[in-house]
Design a protein around this ligand. Structure first.
Ligand code: ADP
Length: 445
């Protein structure tokens, strides 16, 4: 700055002396003034160039000026570069932040003080059936029309969340959403949405389950307490007493069966998956099941009725890797069902077969009443029965097929049900090859 001022004074002096020398009558002032004017105009021109450069703010392409203006441009360029870097960093951070919110399994909607949507992630758009771009700056209550939400939005109390019906943008799938408003910044609001369909479903199932269990236990309990009252209040002869006690024993057995099945189910749900190194030989497994089945079939035979024909076929030398208790439970449930639902004289076959791909299957085929197709998908639900009284009469708990399905899932297998009304049913268990060990049979001498 000093050198520039000295330079200006020098050139003014030179111009003044030159002017005086050329025209002594005018003196040195016009020459000095001309230098001043030239300098000011030159600076104005340079300033103009810098202003134009700043207007377009292209820090990479500054005007090529020397001296003090060159220094100034250099400093400005460095400041602009630094600012550019900072802005880029901040934009990147904002982008990362938005991407993190986009990845959230919960919906996030940012609302301005008037309740208009400033931004929302795809999950929120999907939950609330809106378009994340098209619906920006729309009022949220114009888009979320659920009356529960409208009331919640207009009230001042947003302490708790509310549950509304969600709406996918396809309008086909409805689900349960939990939504909550949170205040932030200057009168802004954050709307969070969470898909709670699975939780609501599990809750409903738990409630149904408790109601079903209570109902199942209450029925035999009511009968039992009725009999107890009768025994206490009436004088019965020995024969009548025996009959009453037998009826009471049936109800007590029913409750016991139910509790046993409930325990099996809760153990299946709470225990580790069956190991892959406990071999269970099919022949020995089937010995117990066959004798239990024959006993059950004989026990339900009324006087004068033709007995059922039971046919058991087991492949030799095959082992299943799994939990023997669970396998026993699944197989005996299917065999016992076939016996319980097939009328006297009917045929029941329980057959093991090895499939070409090394899987093995167990089928129970009966000539019983069969099951109408509309019931088939629901048979493995807990307490689902096609005919309630028929199931209870024959000592069913309504949990048998639920247990079978669970056991098969735990062993990586599947349960297939085929049935035709009036013709009979076929229940098939298919075990994966990874759980099958085929032992080479010793050749007969
Ligand atoms: P339950 O204890 O009532 O037998 P399950 O879960 O074992 O309960 O079976 C569910 C329902 O499926 C039964 O109530 C019955 O209506 C039907 N079912 C099961 N097995 C047979 C079968 N072999 N033949 C006809 N219906 C069957």
């Amino acid at each position: 700055m000093l050198s520039r001022t000295l330079g200006l004074i020098f050139w003014m002096a030179v111009a003044g002396v030159a002017g005086y020398w050329l025209s002594p009558t005018s003196g040195p002032l016009p020459g000095a003034f001309a230098v001043c004017l030239f300098t000011v105009l030159k600076d104005l021109w340079k300033g103009q160039k810098i202003a134009k450069w700043l207007r377009h703010s292209n820090a990479q392409d500054p005007p090529n000026l020397d001296g003090i203006w060159g220094d100034l441009i250099d400093r400005m360029r460095r400041i602009l570069n630094e600012q550019g870097r900072q802005t880029k960093n901040e934009q990147q951070r904002l982008q990362d932040f938005l991407m993190a919110i986009q990845a959230s399994p919960n919906g996030v909607v940012l609302l301005d003080p008037e309740g208009r949507i400033e931004w929302c992630n795809q999950t929120a758009a999907q939950h609330l059936g809106m378009d994340a771009k098209r619906d920006l700056m729309q009022h949220v209550v114009h888009l979320v029309r659920d009356p529960v939400f409208k009331k919640y939005f207009s009230s001042d109390d947003h302490e708790a969340e509310v549950v509304i019906d969600g709406r996918s943008s396809s309008l086909q799938k409805t689900f349960k959403l939990s939504v909550q408003l949170h205040s932030y910044g200057e009168s802004r609001q954050l709307l969070l949405t969470r898909d709670i369909t699975a939780i609501a479903h599990a809750d409903a199932m738990r409630r149904d389950f408790v109601a079903n269990v209570s109902h199942e236990i209450r029925t035999p309990l009511t009968v039992l307490s009725g009999f107890i009252e009768t025994l206490q209040s009436l004088k019965l002869d020995a024969e009548e007493q025996k009959r009453y006690l037998e009826l009471m024993s049936v109800q007590a057995d029913r409750m016991q069966d139910l509790v046993n099945d409930l325990l099996i189910l809760s153990q299946l749900e709470g225990s580790a998956l069956p190991s892959n190194n406990e071999p269970v030989t099919l022949e020995s497994l089937m010995v117990g099941i066959e004798s239990e089945a024959r006993g059950l079939s004989a026990a339900q035979l009324n006087l004068g009725e033709e007995s059922q024909v039971l046919n058991f076929e087991v492949s030799q030398g095959i082992q299943l890797l799994g939990a023997s208790k669970e396998l026993y439970s699944a197989i005996s449930n299917l065999v016992n069902n076939a016996i319980r639902y097939t009328p006297s004289g009917g045929l029941i076959s329980a057959i093991w077969t090895t499939l070409a791909d090394q899987r093995i299957q167990f089928s129970v085929i009966d000539t019983g009443p069969g099951i109408a197709p509309e019931h088939l998908p629901r048979l493995t639900e807990r307490f689902y029965r096609v005919d309630r009284s028929r199931s209870r009469e024959s000592g069913g708990t309504g949990l048998g097929l639920a247990i079978v399905k669970h056991v098969m899932q735990r062993h990586g297998g599947e349960l297939k049900i085929e049935s035709e009304l009036g013709k009979g049913s076929r229940f098939t268990l298919i075990f994966p090859a990874s759980r099958v060990v085929i032992k080479a049979c010793r050749a007969e001498p």
